[in-house]
Design a protein around this ligand. Structure first.
Ligand code: SF4
Length: 325
């Protein structure tokens, strides 16, 4: 049963309650989500982020969906950390194309203490370009989140990935508690949290409801919630995962919007597998953030020209940089 957390006046979301939402008639669900979206955001604005992999491939983790894991033979080569001038050039291009936030990602388990000064320098320099910054650097040890915050980092991305019950089926090299510990470090350091996960990984409706409930029950709720759809990659354990119907993706966006009314809900990986109409429905159902640029780490994203046309057709405008969340 749903019950308010008296201390913080935050609603607790049970799996049953979220599943009831998920199973509403499709039109009722979209209407409810769109209404909540309008109460909290301008529905004609979307936040635009740009994502750059600054250390690609050869990751020691074994996430079953990932092309960058050294455990799967996907043909992605291990690269070293990208030089600062190249990162800044990419950040400048992203800004000129309308991005308000620049997200930096690394394929490793987490930074070593000796990596922190290089990473904080990157953050300072990207901030100097007038962009919000987000880092996805994996598991953090004690004190690292504070160093990143002191360097000016705005957001840290750390996904719940999936439910605790499914975690070991998808990833064996770390556990769910590792993720929660890093999320606590992030929130204690005062960084904004970007936290979501992935669907289309053979989960069922119960799992999807539980995954969204777990996100919604984080205190405070994440400021950004990326919802990824599996992009099937050859030679990964999920290359033959069950197909996810597009309506299930839209339903997941809608329940994220309803349960996390003040969060930015981001259409992330897999967006390019949805046609224009389905993406439009996702925006109606409360998605209000996208990654812009034709590559997401190593997988394809919408072409920029496709996004520009779609935004024009739907009269969507980019949210201003540093829009309060
Ligand atoms: S998702 Fe991240 S942590 Fe997992 S294998 Fe890929 S790069 Fe490594």
């Amino acid at each position: 049963m749903e019950s308010p957390n008296k201390e913080n006046n935050i609603q607790y979301w049970s799996k049953c309650k979220v599943k009831d939402l998920y199973n509403l008639p499709f039109m009722d669900l979209i209407y409810k989500a769109a209404s909540i979206h309008r109460e909290n955001f301008n529905p004609n604005e979307i936040q635009v982020s740009s994502l750059l992999s600054i250390k690609t491939g050869g990751c020691p983790e074994n996430c079953a969906y990932c092309s960058q894991s050294a455990h799967h033979k996907t043909g992605i080569n291990k690269e070293s950390l990208m030089p600062l001038d190249e990162i800044l050039e990419r950040a400048q291009i992203a800004k000129s194309r309308g991005a308000s936030r620049f997200c930096l990602a690394t394929a490793w388990r987490g930074p070593r203490p000796r990596d922190i000064s290089y990473l904080t320098n990157i953050i300072q320099e990207v901030k100097n370009l007038g962009l919000d910054t987000c880092a996805s650097f994996g598991l953090l040890e004690e004190g690292m989140a504070e160093s990143l915050k002191d360097a000016g980092l705005d957001y840290y991305n750390h996904n719940l990935d999936t439910t605790p019950e499914n975690y070991q089926a998808i990833i064996q090299t770390r556990n769910y508690e590792d993720r929660i510990n890093t999320i606590q470090h992030i929130q204690h350091a005062g960084l904004k949290l970007c936290c979501g996960g992935i669907i289309g990984i053979n989960e069922n409706e119960d799992d999807r409801a539980m995954f969204i409930a777990n996100l919604a029950n984080l205190e405070p709720q994440p400021e950004s919630v990326p919802i990824n759809q599996l992009v099937k990659i050859q030679n990964t354990p999920l290359e033959n995962a069950k197909e996810l119907d597009w309506t299930d993706f839209v339903r997941t966006i809608a329940i994220a919007r309803i349960t996390m009314p003040k969060s930015h809900i981001r259409l992330s990986a897999g967006r390019n597998m949805l046609d224009e109409a389905a993406q439009g429905l996702c925006f109606l159902a409360g998605a209000n953030s996208i990654f812009f640029g034709d590559k997401l780490l190593t997988t394809e994203n919408n072409e920029e020209s496709f996004d520009l046309k779609l935004m024009q057709k739907l009269n969507l405008i980019p949210e201003k940089p540093n829009f309060p969340e």
